[in-house]
Design a protein around this ligand. Structure first.
Ligand code: V47
Ligand code: SF4
Length: 381
């Protein structure tokens, strides 16, 4: 039985209890400061437990950013580097393969691969990153490239999205990560990343990927210049594509980290508080009724907020992670990596049952011989 809540929330509570979809206007109510955070959390937890019971999912993964040199200048990005900047790097096959070996040596099931759009790199170099890894480590799942990169590959090759995706799948691509979404609404997008793939292109890429049988993730970057209606618009757009394709696996709300960014400096923005993070987590769980999983990315949230998020709608805290740069360049103070024992402990402390999953949400079974993907994890309605 749910506790009593603000009158403004009563009709929404009824809908959630009845398993009905929330409207755009309901989303704006959830954003209202009149709605207390514990009430939101309680509703989000109800949905989270209906879908995912007491599970707290994680995976064993490593990041690979093959270059940080980027010709775009998204104002929220602290990771990018100019061509001649001493911070800039561009990996060769040997360095890429060394990262794959390190991943395998550490029992990883996944490599998360994204990076900059290097002024001089040809399409074949990006393809080769996937191909050499897949050839050398065929059981390692390669979750690679956002629609921003796929769009860039289309320009380099003068081919359509579908061709690029098919070619990357042939090279070894396993799924798409959720990045590049930022905020879809042009009032915001045109101010923070006007040059890169717009929302139409972002959705076209995921739609094509889903049609080809690839699963993907989705994200939203909050806590900068956007307003509540921009965030709800963003979530509703994601929900609409999911109605059409069912290809998204998990949604990851991403809190803006302002350090070393133009956006942070010019607008004097500070990092969102844990309370804002929890509110966004809960709203995402309530609005995205057709996406199975909500991820509390511990690298970005900090370990304590990620733990509390497991009672505010989230059922997954991402992976053990190594070599993360995007958030650490922007001021994240979280560790570089968590051991399996620690990540399981973090989930247990939050009152959830730790379950290792692979990228495509199968339970992972481990033995002396290595790991294997067991049954698929199915979420409730
Ligand atoms: O698209 C960049 C964001 C995203 C900053 O799919 C920033 O499992 C905050 O998409 N402050 C990339 N956010 C990360 C991403 C991701 C992360 C974890 C798991 C998955 C997944 C995907 O990071 C970018 C952008 O939205 N970002 N700079 C910053 N300063
Ligand atoms: Fe480049 Fe990506 Fe950073 Fe934008 S977010 S500047 S596309 S690396």
């Amino acid at each position: 039985m749910l506790r009593t809540s603000s009158p403004i929330l009563a009709p929404i509570r009824e809908k959630i209890e009845a398993g009905e979809r929330l409207s755009f206007d309901d989303g704006l109510v959830l954003e209202s400061p009149e709605v207390a955070l514990p009430e939101l959390g309680e509703l989000a937890n109800l949905v989270r437990e209906r879908k995912n019971g007491n599970a707290g999912y994680y995976n064993i993964n490593t990041h690979l950013n093959p270059t940080n040199i980027c010709l775009y200048r998204c104002t929220f990005c602290a990771f990018r580097s100019d061509l001649r900047d001493p911070k800039g790097y561009w990996m060769n096959d040997e360095q890429v393969l060394a990262r794959g070996q390190e991943a395998v040596d550490n029992g990883c099931t996944e490599l998360h691969i994204v990076g900059g759009l290097h002024h001089q790199a040809k399409y074949d170099w990006y393809r080769q990153v996937v191909q050499v890894l897949h050839d050398a480590y065929p059981t390692l799942h390669l979750k690679a490239w956002t629609p921003v990169e796929i769009d860039w590959f289309c320009r380099l090759t003068k081919k359509p999205v579908r061709w690029v995706l098919e070619d990357m799948i042939e090279a070894g691509l396993g799924s798409l990560p959720g990045g590049g979404a930022e905020i879809f609404h042009p009032e915001v997008r045109n101010q923070i990343c006007e040059h890169k793939a717009d929302s139409r292109r972002w959705f076209e890429t995921h739609r094509e990927a889903h049609a080809l049988g690839l699963r993907s993730n989705c994200t939203m970057l909050y806590g900068h210049i956007e307003q509540p209606y921009h965030r709800i618009d963003h979530l509703v757009r994601l929900r609409e594509l999911q109605d059409e394709t069912k290809g998204f696996q998990t949604f990851i709300p991403l809190a803006f980290h302002p350090e070393n960014t133009k956006l942070g400096a010019e607008r004097n923005i500070t990092k969102p508080s844990a309370l804002v993070d929890l509110r966004q987590m809960a709203i995402a769980r309530l609005m995205l009724d057709n996406i199975d999983h909500i991820k509390a990315y511990w690298i970005m949230l900090g370990i304590e907020t990620a733990q509390i998020s497991l009672a505010y709608g989230a059922d997954d805290i991402d992976g053990t992670v190594r070599h993360e740069l995007i958030y650490h360049d922007a001021g994240a103070t979280t560790p570089e990596v968590m051991s399996v024992a620690d990540i399981e402990q973090v989930i247990r402390e939050a009152g959830r049952d730790p379950i290792e999953r692979d990228t495509l949400y199968h339970r992972v079974e481990r033995s002396a011989a290595g790991w294997r993907a067991a049954e698929a994890i199915t979420a409730g309605a």
